[in-house]
Design a protein around this ligand. Structure first.
Ligand code: SF4
Length: 314
């Protein structure tokens, strides 16, 4: 069957990060994840204690390669990625915790070497909507004139009840206020969403996609909720397991969510990487390629493609 989605080089019926890299820069953009010296206001007590109930301490993909010298850390980690993609375009990705949490001077000191390093073509900064004041936004916007700056904002859901249950420490309005401030800058925005929160219905998850798909953002990451060891949620699950989405349910929900998004939003991720040794459930998330393939098949089966129902969600 012919692929009806126009921003695709293959069978994908959504705008992939690969498509974005290849059509704009002729190659794949490789994000080198870094573990910087940041914390999170939802863990250290400023906003909350204990963090989001699913959080196991920020995301650090390479705990063994966590040199305090961040440039050294970048080159150590880059070597691993560039064995696989020697012609990739390197972006540095400040991934762990909230990477705009702290005084502006600290941020400048950390980011400046990566701004000056000419081989690094872009900077991706993962953070929370309550960690971006006007001063920081102005500074980050000034950097966009040197190289692309992406802000990755964790939202997870538009439903305040869910955000409270997750212990996010901010509501949807706080996220919207930050989007409003960012929208008149050159900073690119990526939003992180979680599907499968136990008290959310399919309708609620679709509503999240419909609302976020209308915002002035450039990218979205979808994740299935991971229940990990040594987390508040993991402890609760170990005491009394609760029902989670099956792979088939997740695949169907994501396929439908994609159809409600604006067609020019880049889909950076369709499912997350759970750390095998820490994951309690759902175990099907470990087979990431199979989840992505099933989403592709489901979109064909339901005759869906990104943006198909966008006008109906406006
Ligand atoms: S905002 Fe991020 S780092 Fe902070 S507690 Fe939540 S998941 Fe963890």
């Amino acid at each position: 069957m012919k692929n009806p989605f126009k921003y695709s080089l293959d069978n994908k019926r959504y705008l992939t990060w690969n498509y974005y890299g290849k059509s704009n820069f002729q190659n794949k953009i490789i994000k080198i994840p870094l573990d910087g010296p940041f914390s999170c206001p939802n863990r250290d007590g400023l906003v909350g204690k204990g963090g989001c109930v699913f959080c196991f301490g920020g995301a650090n993909a390479f705990p063994d390669l966590s040199d305090n010298d961040l440039m050294k850390q970048y080159y150590q980690r880059k070597e691993i990625f560039f064995k696989k993609w020697p012609n990739g375009i390197p972006y540095v990705y400040f991934q762990s915790f909230s990477n705009t949490y702290g005084p502006l001077e600290k941020l400048k000191e950390i980011y400046q070497p990566f701004i000056e390093n000419e081989e690094i073509k872009g900077i991706v900064i993962s953070t929370r909507s309550d960690c971006l004041d006007d001063e920081k936004i102005e500074y980050l916007n000034s950097l966009t004139f040197i190289k692309p700056i992406w802000i990755e904002l964790g939202l997870q859901s538009i439903h305040d009840k869910t955000l409270q249950e997750m212990n996010r420490g901010h509501n949807y309005q706080n996220f919207l206020d930050t989007i409003e401030k960012l929208k008149n800058t050159n900073i690119k925005i990526s939003v992180h969403l979680i599907n499968g929160w136990p008290t959310e219905s399919e309708e609620m998850m679709l509503q999240t996609a419909k609302e976020v798909g209308k915002l002035p953002i450039q990218a979205i990451k979808f994740h299935m909720l991971h229940i990990s060891k040594n987390t508040v949620l993991g402890n609760k699950y170990q005491k009394k397991p609760f029902e989670l989405l099956s792979k088939e349910q997740y695949v169907t929900i994501v396929a439908k969510q994609l159809s409600y998004l604006r067609e020019d939003i880049i889909i950076e991720r369709l499912t997350g990487d759970g750390l095998k040794d820490y994951l309690l459930a759902p175990m099907w998330t470990l087979k990431k390629v199979s989840v992505i393939n099933d989403i592709d098949k489901k979109m064909v089966e339901l005759n869906l493609y990104q943006g198909k129902y966008y006008s109906e969600s406006r």
